[in-house]
Design a protein around this ligand. Structure first.
Ligand SMILES: Cc1cc2nc3c(=O)[nH]c(=O)nc-3n(C[C@H](O)[C@H](O)[C@H](O)COP(=O)(O)OP(=O)(O)OC[C@H]3O[C@@H](n4cnc5c(N)ncnc54)[C@H](O)[C@@H]3O)c2cc1C
Length: 386
């Protein structure tokens, strides 16, 4: 399919594809096996300017939009979803600053993220607050020129590896979610420490850990927006980021399809390549069709968001939920096409199936995405006065 990319977008896509094939492919199994953070690859993405693809030009970036960002994520994920999420998470940690930061905050933090010198992360989830993010308990108490943070964030992507963290904490406990605020934290701040690196089912090369705040002193200048804006910032951030999960899903599924076609042409049973069996062709046909539908939706949503419409939550959730369900189905089917070999670590589809599952869970589970879509359908219908 031709998605009518601009020359610049074709270049971004081709450059990422080259890096993914030349630098990521040779090491992806090893990174997964050793659960090793892909620092060198992220450095290359920084050096080539891809880290700043979505960051405005005045802060050292390329000045692209969500769509450009999605093109990079998709190509990385086609080879390794763990590398893709380690890269994509920078967006999750940067968009709050891009959207709500003061000029000073933007100048201080964005250029280093754009150049790949520093990595970013976003801390919302806590041990007792996942889907119900309104239940967070981390507090931020104003004390002179500082806010004092206490609490724990859990399962934070790029945790420990990132230098810059946007963290959500309650400045006014009595107001619940309306009392939440967003802060920019830096690694090394007093009272800010990390938990152990989590051992995961998939995306094993990515870093996931807890953040601990023990009377952590954050300068008052590091408040993002105003007190009480924490949840608004969170929701706007997730709206921008969810199409990226969709792109991660499309890339992963595409990688699994390509491996499956290659294998089905090589593997012989009953004196024939297994691709000659119509049952196998039908599985491949469904995989390819579903991926194209997911890609078309993710691209349309990303392009739509880049036109700056007022409301994007429903569309962002649709891109995330549809593409991640497709990735789970396609990678499971890929293992089926490989038969017993697909279950073995020597072949890439085993990792791909493990990597797919998280796409249905993080940045809001797919049940929560369906809740969001349902909520907006109801709202839109009510608005029409019916
Ligand atoms: C590898 C990994 C990386 C992550 N990275 C980050 C990160 O960088 N930053 C961050 O802040 N968080 C991160 N998370 C957290 C992630 O976003 C949460 O795990 C996710 O939002 C779900 O929360 P939970 O795990 O507590 O599940 P729960 O909320 O406990 O949900 C359990 C089950 O109940 C269902 N459920 C709950 N409420 C409802 C409802 N109202 N309607 C229907 N079903 C419901 C869920 O869909 C799910 O199936 C990460 C998690 C993982 C595993």
């Amino acid at each position: 399919m031709d998605y009518f990319l601009t020359e610049e977008q074709k270049e971004i896509q081709a450059l990422t594809r080259k890096i993914a094939e030349e630098k990521v492919l040779p090491v992806r199994a090893e990174l997964d096996e050793k659960e090793e953070f892909p620092r060198e690859i992220l450095n290359i993405l920084g050096e080539t300017g891809l880290s700043g693809v979505y960051i405005p030009k005045e802060y050292g970036g390329f000045g692209g939009g969500i769509f450009d960002f999605c093109l990079v994520i998709e190509q990385l994920s086609r080879i390794c979803s763990a590398v893709a999420v380690s890269y994509a998470c920078n967006g999750l940690g940067s968009y709050p600053i891009i959207m709500f930061g003061t000029e000073e905050q933007k100048k201080k933090y964005l250029p280093d993220i754009a150049s790949g010198k520093k990595l970013a992360a976003f801390g919302l989830t806590e041990p007792n607050a996942g889907s119900d993010a309104g239940g967070i308990q981390t507090t931020a108490r104003r004390d002179g020129n500082y806010y004092i943070l206490n609490g724990t964030k859990q399962w934070i992507t790029n945790g420990g590896e990132a230098d810059i963290y946007v963290v959500i904490a309650l400045t006014d406990k009595s107001r619940g979610p309306r009392g939440a605020s967003a802060f920019i934290l830096e690694k090394g701040m007093e009272g800010f420490t990390f938990g152990k690196k989590e051992k995961k089912l998939g995306i094993r090369a990515s870093a996931t850990c807890s953040l601990f705040f023990d009377d952590c002193k954050v300068p008052k200048e590091n408040l993002l927006g105003k007190e009480g804006m924490g949840f608004l910032i969170t929701m706007k951030n997730l709206d921008k980021s969810r199409p990226g999960i969709g792109a991660q899903a499309v890339g992963l599924a595409q990688g699994a399809l390509e491996e499956s076609i290659k294998y089905a042409r090589e593997r012989h049973q009953f004196n024939k390549p297994i691709i000659s069996f119509q049952a196998v062709q039908h599985i491949l046909a469904d995989m390819a069709t579903q991926i194209e539908a997911a890609r078309a939706l993710v691209y349309s949503v990303a392009r739509y968001i880049d036109t700056n419409p007022r409301e994007i939550s429903k569309e962002a959730s649709m891109a995330k939920v549809f593409a991640s369900d497709v990735a789970m189905k396609v990678t499971t089917d890929a293992v089926q096409i490989f038969g017993g070999y697909g279950y073995m670590r020597e072949y890439p589809v085993e990792k791909m199936m493990r990597d797919a599952k998280i796409l249905q869970i993080y940045e809001g589970t797919n049940q929560i995405q369906r809740n969001v879509i349902g909520l907006y359908l109801n709202k839109e219908y009510a608005r029409k006065g019916k």
